[in-house]
Structure formats: C-alpha cells, structure tokens
Design a protein around this ligand. Structure first.
Ligand code: KIV
Length: 273
C-alpha cells in the first residue's frame, strides 16, 4: 500500500469494513513524531500510543509508573508525524478507576488528537465504556493479559487457558461490545480462544499473541525491529522483521504490514496452543 497521506485517513469505520470484508489490518505502537511518520507512511492502519513506553522508552519493569502527563506528551508527538493512520491512545494505570475519571483522562488524550482510547479490563469497564461511547469517544477494550494488572496475575502469563476462564472472557468481551466498545484487543490467549472471540464479536478484534485468526495484529515497535531492551524478556509472539528487509526500517515496517495482511504473520511458532 502507498502512503496513507495520499488516501483517506483511517477511521473506526475503515476497521469495521476490513472485518466485514475479511481483510486483515496491521497495527503498531508509536511514541514519537519520526516513527509516527514512518509507520503511517508505510500504510499501517493503526498506531497505538501504548503505555508500553514505560518499559521500552523509560526503562521501567512494568507499565504502572506511566502517568497521564507522559501519555499526553507522547500523544502530541505522534499526532505531529501522523500521515493518516488511526491513533489509539492508552489510558494509563489508575487514570480510569471510575467512570468519571475515565472521561476526564480520555478527554485529555482526545484533545491532543487521539482518535480512540484503550482501557484494560473486563466487564467492570462496561459503565466507563458506555459513558465514553455516548460522549463521542471510541473505545478499544483490552482483554486477556492486561499488563497493568501484572501484579494480580503474578507475571506475564497466557490468559484463558482453561474452559471456565475462556468462557468468562468471551462473556465479558460480549458485554463490552454491547456497552459500546468499537474494537477489542486480545493479548496472550490461546489461538482457539482468539478465533472464537473474533468470530463471535461484530467489532474488529486486534491480537497480540492471540493467534492468526484475529482481524488485526499489533506488536510493540521495538520488538518488530529487534531492539527490545535487554531488561525485557522477548515474548514468544514477537518477530523481528528487520533482517528480511532490504530497505532498513522502512522495509521492515512494510514487510510487517504485508505479512499481517497476507496472513503469514503470526506463524505457528508465535502462537499459544
Ligand atoms: O501498551 C502497549 O504497547 C500495548 C500493546 C502491548 C498492545 O498495550
């Protein structure tokens, strides 16, 4: 695909149409203006200003120390470089502990140019999701391994492995869809659960370590360029696209987008069964 600056900007309708038409789409985290320009010019549909910046940029061992001010700073940088991708921004830890707080926090990110916000959690987010949706703020619900809850999980572990957990996750995803979530992001779940949730939901599902059947795929930028900080254990679902590129970073971004669209990424070795 050519530069998105030459075609219409990506919106939540584009993603819904991609799902309807069975066309997969690519997403990547983005934290600054330069990479925002490179990623969006490569035709990658969604850029996530992720709170993973706490780990890959700030050197923390979790996403918990990231503040709303940090997110506002990086959101502004990404907006300046964007060439037409949809920008999703993370609400950081404890910035959406109540519905009214989620509205304030989401508004701060939307004022900087975010097109949608992402919140981590299950059915307890129904009230916030409905409130944001009704006030004109599209919501992505992040389920499965939600890194802000890492202390409750006791580590970065695959979620939904047993039938009870899997069925609960599907029920909660349906509740959030019913509450107005426009997108669901599923992290680190078995391939079959990724497939079931994608098939049962009307809205697009983005996966990371959730198998090949989700409507879109996302990766952390530093992981797909093979520059994960040494303090972070590289997860199984990561692929470094730089070695197969003849055109450096630009080529790697394009190779990633093409592999997602033609279904060759993720391969079985990137999935949990
Ligand atoms: O913050 C982030 O980068 C994320 C992705 C891992 C999906 O939430």
């Amino acid at each position: 695909m050519s530069s998105q600056s030459q075609s219409s900007p990506i919106s939540i309708n584009t993603l819904a149409n991609r799902k309807r038409d069975g066309q997969k789409f690519a997403c990547l985290t983005s934290y600054d203006a330069l990479f925002s320009e490179l990623i969006s010019s490569a035709g990658i549909e969604v850029m996530l200003v992720g709170d993973s910046l706490g780990m890959v940029l700030q050197g923390h061992d979790s996403t918990l120390p990231v503040t709303l001010d940090d997110m506002v700073y990086h959101m502004n940088c990404v907006r300046r470089g964007n060439q037409g991708s949809l920008i999703m921004a993370d609400l950081p830890f404890m910035s959406y502990a109540s519905a009214s707080q989620s509205l304030e926090s989401a508004a701060a990110l939307m004022r900087c140019g975010a097109h949608m916000v992402k919140l981590e959690g299950g059915a307890w987010l129904a009230e916030s999701t409905r409130l944001l949706h009704e006030r004109g703020i599209p919501v992505c619900a992040h389920m499965g391994l939600t890194p802000q809850s890492i202390n409750r999980f006791g580590g970065f572990r695959v979620q939904g492995r047993n039938p009870e957990q899997a069925s609960l996750m599907l029920d909660e995803a349906l509740i959030l869809e019913d509450s107005g979530a426009s997108v669901l992001l599923l992290e680190c779940v078995p391939t079959e659960l990724g497939r079931t949730i994608t098939e049962r939901l009307q809205v697009p599902v983005i996966g990371i370590g959730a198998g090949p059947h989700t409507d879109g795929q996302i990766m952390v930028l530093h992981d797909m360029l093979g520059i994960t900080p040494s303090s972070i254990r590289t997860p199984k679902f990561v692929k470094n696209f730089l070695p197969e590129s003849k055109e450096g970073i630009r080529g790697a971004l394009q190779a990633y987008a093409e592999s997602v669209r033609d279904g060759t990424f993720p391969a079985p070795e990137h999935c949990f069964n």
